[in-house]
Design a protein around this ligand. Structure first.
Ligand code: NAG
Ligand code: NAG
Ligand code: NAG
Ligand code: NAG
Ligand code: NAG
Ligand code: NAG
Ligand code: NAG
Ligand code: NAG
Length: 909
């Protein structure tokens, strides 16, 4: 019986994984038809669907619950060339199937319950080139495959077959690959493969995981043209392998895969059978191989590739690889382990000397005690040496002696990543004159590079020194000896101050095209850092601390360090805390194709800051603080994009901020803006909060014009109102004053004219504080004569009239009202409340320019207006007089006073 079906479990796991990766595919509920192919897998179908287009050429019915496939159901799809019914419960392949599908070329029936297979079942399948009946319960009756004249690929693995003999008469003339793995074949008899003795194209025989013990002499003779033999996982033992090799000796075998065979020991006789073959590829990985006798490979003089990965080899000696004259590639990843007698595996001096043609030596994940002066001696063709992720004691402190055994090798690529290097001394690589690529990633280098470390590497084009676990300092001459450098990676490697050098360490590298300085927390670089790097195409500066350099407030102005690299194609400056980009920072980068500024703090970008970027195709601004996407900023960079990532910004969804962007997105191919629906969210205003920007109603902006007019109108009105209110509040008196005068003048009101005609009794009514009476007596009264008479309330009041009435009468009888202004006057209640009010009344109401102020003290206009309701600005300048300090000016004051009093009261035109 077949094991219980694990399908649902598997489906569940696959689904879970998909969900976990965030790409939950929509659950399929019906067949998917596309380009002539119908995918009906995983649908719990128990019958072939009848509603698919008749013209389909490929039908996938795998992972369902079909129990049979019949001509009746499939007949309607007569043009099928491929039919997949794997992973069902089919117990019979009916003869009619192929008859109904004359064009059928591939038939996949693996993982079913097919038992008896007869000649009639396949009799019409003449066009078949692939037949996969793996994982069934096959019992062959007669010669079922004999009709398959065009078959190239036959898989009958995992069927518990006891014999490789699938037929007794010659058949399958076109067969290329035969898969017999995971069957119970324990012996290969002489004539087992004779049914293939006319299959001249047979190349691949897969016998993996077959418990082969006996091989009769000549068993491979009928299929001697075989090229590849796969025996992975067949636990044969060293003796059976020797036998296998002798049986293969007369074949054209070229590649032999002997993985996972528990082949613990190789003897000097194991492969002797292969001496006369053309074997060029041998895979011995995952064997737990512990001992390789000297000379074990001696008979494989044509071998080009030897894979010994994942074994337990403890010791390589001078004789281990003897005879491998043609070997080009030796793969020793995780091949060497420590032994009982040595804490580390041992590579003897001259171990590789027998490999004059070796070009590639892979020693990854190896822990070897010592690299001596002769470890690699004799590798005269070696161009690639990979010792990454290994620990060699000698690499802690690399000196000029460490790699001297490679002096005779034309090495072009050396990989020392993850080898725990702490220090590199002057001239360490100087013997590697042909070296073009040096990989030093993931080490513990702690030193200042003076430049002498790379002495002699004039040919080097790439130096990789990223992810250094300690920090490297640079000097200005650090790369002086590698003038041909094209690629330099120093990501997560440098001291944060390493680039703050007077003279740039990259100055001489005119061919440099890729420079990675990311993840270094660099805060200080000079404007000349990239000077002369005219070939620089890719610059990586992400995860540094460069925000200050681009601030307008930076001392000395923003540092425009990109000016030295005008031909950049890719610039990455993510995660630098940038909140500003100077208007000129990206000028001149007209070739830039990719710009990445994700995870910064960018918000208000200056207009036209990206305007030089006409070639931009990829633009990443994810996770910034961008609220508005306006055409003045983004018009140019967004004009030609193939990929935009502006997700996770706090967009402001108002017409002003987002309308242009929403229209742009709508007219753009959605695939060029990934995650548009769920990661472009409005943050403001409240009405759109947490909704997709694509939900923004662009129509609401269309009707903006009338609203705009209304808006302008209302705002103007409000502004006018505010201004008026302010004016009235602070200059109301002035307005009122002039307004009244204007009205009176226009309408001819007022008594100025009449008053002019009428005879005044007094020239001036003098208002003064009682404290100032002395001054009035001494200074004012002496001026009285025939033409000039003052009215003083105390002196000229008519006896018997009430006080207020007499004040009013006297004022009316006077042509002018004269205030003697002092602080005391302002404090005087009568003056303030009554006299001043009436004077004011006279001025305002009667339109009489009739007030004269004499200032004995300097009084602030504000106080004046508070107390007397008068301001200097209300009066003509000649009506404002100041009592002079100097005695000699008193006559002039008198002159002025008389002039002020003698004037006509009418405002002069
Ligand atoms: C094989 O397929 C070809 C077209 O691909 C067709 O013309 C021919 O009839 C088919 N042979 C058989 C025996 O059906
Ligand atoms: C192929 O094998 C058959 C027996 O299965 C034999 O009769 C025939 O002679 C063989 N042909 C060749 C060319 O070896
Ligand atoms: C050999 O067949 C087994 C199944 O029996 C398969 O898993 C393996 O991938 C095949 N090997 C090659 C190299 O095709
Ligand atoms: C193989 O090794 C044995 C000892 O293990 C030795 O006697 C014999 O000479 C070796 N043969 C060759 C061809 O090196
Ligand atoms: C490395 O070797 C050099 C020269 O042999 C020596 O001067 C230096 O101190 C060594 N450094 C360390 C860390 O051992
Ligand atoms: C290595 O460099 C030398 C000169 O330094 C040159 O003659 C030789 O051809 C180069 N070898 C290779 C494989 O490039
Ligand atoms: C790097 O240089 C700074 C100052 O120039 C110095 O303090 C520091 O020790 C140096 N670090 C190394 C690893 O040489
Ligand atoms: C996108 O454009 C189409 C017409 O091209 C229009 O019908 C649709 O309303 C637009 N959507 C938005 C969100 O502007």
């Amino acid at each position: 019986m077949r094991p219980p079906r694990l399908l649902p479990t598997w489906a569940a796991i696959v689904c879970l994984c998909a969900v976990a990766r965030g790409v939950a595919p929509p659950k399929k509920t019906s067949c998917r038809v596309q380009g002539g192919r119908a995918d009906c897998s995983h649908l719990h179908l128990s019958a072939v669907p009848a509603d698919l287009p008749g013209g389909i050429t490929s039908l996938d019915l795998s992972h369902n619950t079909l129990t049979a496939i019949g001509a009746a159901a499939l007949g309607r799809y007569a043009r099928l060339t491929r039919l997949d019914v794997s992973f069902n419960s089919i117990s019979r392949v009916e003869g009619g199937v192929c008859a109904a599908l004359p064009s059928l070329q591939s038939l996949h029936v693996q993982h079913n319950e097919v038992h008896l297979l007869r000649r009639e079942d396949l009799s019409s399948c003449t066009n078949l080139t692939l037949l996969n009946v793996a994982s069934n319960r096959l019992k062959l009756q007669g010669e079922p495959f004999s009709v398959l004249q065009k078959l190239k690929y036959l898989d009958v693995s995992k069927n518990k077959l006891a014999s490789a003999k699938l037929g007794s008469e010659p058949q399958l003339p076109g067969l290329v690959t035969l898969s017999l793995g995971h069957n119970d074949i324990s012996a290969l008899k002489k004539d087992d493969f004779s049914f293939l003795n006319q299959s001249s194209f047979l190349r691949v025989l897969n016998l993996s995981s077959v418990p082969l013990k006996t091989l009769e002499p000549g068993c491979f003779q009928p299929i001697a043209r075989l090229r590849s033999v796969i025996l992975d996982g067949s636990n044969m033992g060293t003796a059976a392998i020797s036998k296998l090799c002798s049986e293969l000796s007369d074949t054209s075998v070229d590649a032999l895969s002997l993985r996972k065979m528990k082949l613990v020991t190789l003897l000097n006789t194991t492969f002797t059978g292969l001496q006369n073959t053309q074997l060029s590829f041998l895979d011995l990985s995952f064997n737990g191989l512990g001992r390789i006798e000297e000379g074990s490979f001696a008979s494989l003089s044509r071998l080009q590739t030897l894979v010994l990965s994942d074994n337990n080899i403890k010791h390589l000696t001078k004789g281990t690889f003897r005879g491998l004259k043609s070997l080009k590639k030796l793969q020793l990843t995780r091949a060497l382990v420590k032994s009982r007698t040595s804490a580390t595996p041992i590579i003897d001096d001259f171990s590789f000397q027998a490999l004059p043609n070796l070009q590639s030596l892979i020693l990854q994940n190896t822990a070897v005690r010592e690299i001596t002066e002769n470890t690699f001696t004799g590798l005269t063709s070696l161009t690639e040496l990979d010792m990454s992720w290994s620990s060699y004691t000698s690499f802690k402190n690399i000196t000029a002696r460490t790699l001297v055994s490679l002096a005779g090798s034309p090495l072009t690529k050396l990989n020392l990543a993850g080898t725990a290097i702490v220090e590199i001394n002057a001239g360490s690589f100087s013997v590697l004159r042909n070296l073009t690529t040096l990989v030093l990633d993931n080490n513990y280098i702690k030193q200042t590079l003076t430049g002498r470390e790379f002495e002699g590497l004039a040919q080097v084009r790439e130096i990789h020194m990223s992810n250094n676990h300690q920090t490297v300092n640079l000097s200005s001459a650090a790369f002086a000896h590698v003038p041909n450098l094209r690629i330099l990676t120093l990501g997560k490697s440098l001291r944060s101050t390493a680039l703050n050098l007077e003279s740039s360490p990259f100055k001489a590298l005119s061919d440099l095209s890729v420079l990675d300085l990311s993840n270094n927390n660099i805060a200080n670089i000079r404007a000349n850092l990239l000077e002369g790097l005219a070939s620089l195409k890719v610059l990586k500066l992400q995860h540094n601390n460069l925000a200050r350099l681009w601030k307008s407030a930076n001392r000395g102005g923003p540092v425009l360090f990109l000016e030295g690299a005008p031909n950049l194609l890719t610039l990455q400056m993510d995660s630098n805390g940038l909140d500003e980009i100077p208007a000129e920072a990206l000028r001149g980068l007209s070739r830039l194709r990719e710009l990445s500024l994700a995870e910064n703090l960018l918000n208000n970008l200056k207009d036209s800051v990206f305007d030089g970027l006409e070639s931009l195709r990829i633009f990443n601004l994810q996770k910034n603080l961008i609220t508005a996407v306006r055409p003045q900023v983004f018009g140019t960079p967004l004009s030609n994009l193939s990929l935009l990532d502006m997700a996770k910004n706090p967009f402001d969804c108002t017409c002003e901020s987002i309308l242009w962007f929403v229209n742009w997105l709508n007219s753009t191919n959605m695939s060029s803006v990934p995650a548009l629906r769920d990661q472009y969210m409005c943050n403001t205003p409240l009405a759109y909060f947490n909704r997709s920007v694509m939900e923004f109603d662009t129509q609401s902006c269309k009707d903006m014009t009338p609203f705009q007019a209304l808006y302008i109108l209302t705002s103007t009105a409000v502004m006018t109102l505010i201004v008026s209110a302010l004016l009235v509040r602070f200059h109301g008196w002035r307005i009122q004053f002039y307004w009244t005068i204007l009205i009176n003048r226009t309408l001819g009101f007022g008594d100025a004219k009449g008053a002019e005609g009428r005879q005044f009794e007094y020239d001036a009514y003098v208002i003064h504080a009682s404290e100032d009476a002395g001054w009035v007596d001494r200074r004012l009264l002496p001026l009285e004569d025939a033409q000039c008479r003052f009215c003083l309330q105390d002196r000229d009041a008519v006896v018997g009239t009430p006080y207020l009435q007499s004040v009013l009468d006297n004022m009316r009888k006077s042509r002018k009202i004269l205030f003697v202004v002092t602080e005391s006057l302002l404090r005087d209640r009568w003056c303030r409340r009554f006299k001043a009010h009436h004077a004011y009344h006279e001025v305002i109401e009667s339109n009489r320019d009739s007030v004269v102020l004499i200032f004995l003290q300097d009084v602030h206009d504000y106080k004046l207006s508070c107390s007397l309701l008068l301001r200097r600005g209300m009066l003509r300048p000649c009506c404002i007089l100041e009592w002079p300090v100097h005695k000699e000016r008193v006559p002039a004051f008198h002159q002025k006073l008389l002039k002020a009093l003698g004037m006509t009261n009418r405002l002069q035109e």
